[in-house]
Write a protein that binds this ligand. Structure first.
Ligand SMILES: Nc1ncnc2c1ncn2[C@@H]1O[C@H](COP(=O)(O)OP(=O)(O)OP(=O)(O)O)[C@@H](O)[C@H]1O
Length: 286
């Protein structure tokens, strides 16, 4: 049996609403998926469908009111603060905005050393680790003594990835980590994510509204719609021959700018037309 790293089962997240409405707002309405070691699970869906909320629930940052989340078989959705701190060695996060996620007054070295000092790594070992992390994300060693504002968006995102890697996590929740970057930078950062995964065996829960990004990176894909997963399975299957009408519409609406992706998009459109024809024929036959 394949080992499971993270298991999300029937998870409900409710946000209390202020004002005249007494009923809380259900952002997740019973969501289930699992992530295996070394795997990328892509989470797609339009804005407001609940992708970020699911990522936050895994990180213990969203109010889970139903279902369960377990990490390596241990329930974590109601974990204590101390347990969460322990888990932060295993589960890390990279956010969308590289301009606000790094402390502007800290040098890159300080940013990368911070998680290590929490773990009481001594100075010499920490320096070595910082050098190694910069190598891992393909930044020059000279970057260590500079401030975030001296770097481009793509370079800052590399720093954020290095920080997430500092404690050798087994899972990284990536919340739209390439969405704020221009296309060529996006492609390089995506390659970096793949390279790091191949080297370290880390798993990603990769949240993105961009289907091309998810198609490129994911082993399995979950499609979210109004707080529910409407399609879930093998990445090629879900992105290449979606079954749910919502996923089909989502793929039709996806802008795909570069020529390779356009070719893929054309193939998708043809496949989709074929699917629709088949469905029409079946409906006609029924
Ligand atoms: N703290 C909160 N309080 C109340 N409602 C919230 C809160 N956070 C999110 N929501 C609501 O929950 C729903 C899901 O939001 P979420 O951010 O998870 O969606 P998303 O799919 O990640 O969208 P986007 O791509 O725009 O980030 C939205 O309707 C949002 O308004």
């Amino acid at each position: 049996m394949t080992e499971t790293l993270l298991n999300v089962k029937d998870v409900v997240v409710e946000y209390p609403l202020k004002g005249f409405r007494k009923e809380p707002f259900k952002a997740l309405k019973g969501v289930s998926l699992d992530i295996r070691p070394g795997e990328t699970v892509g989470l797609v869906g339009e804005s407001g469908s609940g992708k970020t909320t699911l990522g936050r629930a895994v990180l213990g940052l969203a109010p889970v009111t139903g279902g369960s989340i377990s990490y390596r078989g241990e329930a974590i959705s109601k974990a204590s603060r101390a347990k969460r701190k322990e888990l932060s060695h295993e589960i890390q996060v990279v956010f969308q905005d590289p301009y606000t996620s790094l402390n502007p007054s800290m040098t890159i070295e300080q940013i990368l050393t911070e998680p290590l000092t929490v773990r009481k790594v001594d100075r010499q070992a920490a320096n070595k680790r910082v050098a190694d992390l910069l190598d891992q994300v393909r930044l020059p060693q000279g970057a260590a003594h500079r401030l975030p504002r001296e770097f481009s968006g793509g370079q800052r995102q590399r720093v954020a990835i290095a920080r997430a890697l500092a404690l050798d996590p087994k899972l990284i929740v990536c919340d739209e980590p390439v969405s704020a970057l221009d296309l060529s930078t996006q492609a390089r950062v995506m390659e970096l994510f793949i390279e790091i995964q191949e080297r370290t065996g880390v798993a990603y829960l990769f949240v993105s509204h961009d289907l091309a990004v998810v198609r490129h990176l994911s082993h399995r894909v979950a499609v979210m719609y109004h707080g529910e997963i409407v399609e879930w399975g093998d990445g090629e299957q879900v992105t290449g021959a979606p079954e749910h009408p919502y996923t089909q519409r989502l793929f039709m609406a996806a802008p795909i700018p570069d020529p390779d992706r356009q070719a893929q998009h054309r193939t998708d459109r043809l496949r989709l037309l074929e699917l629709q024809n088949q469905q029409d024929l079946q409906a006609g036959a029924a």
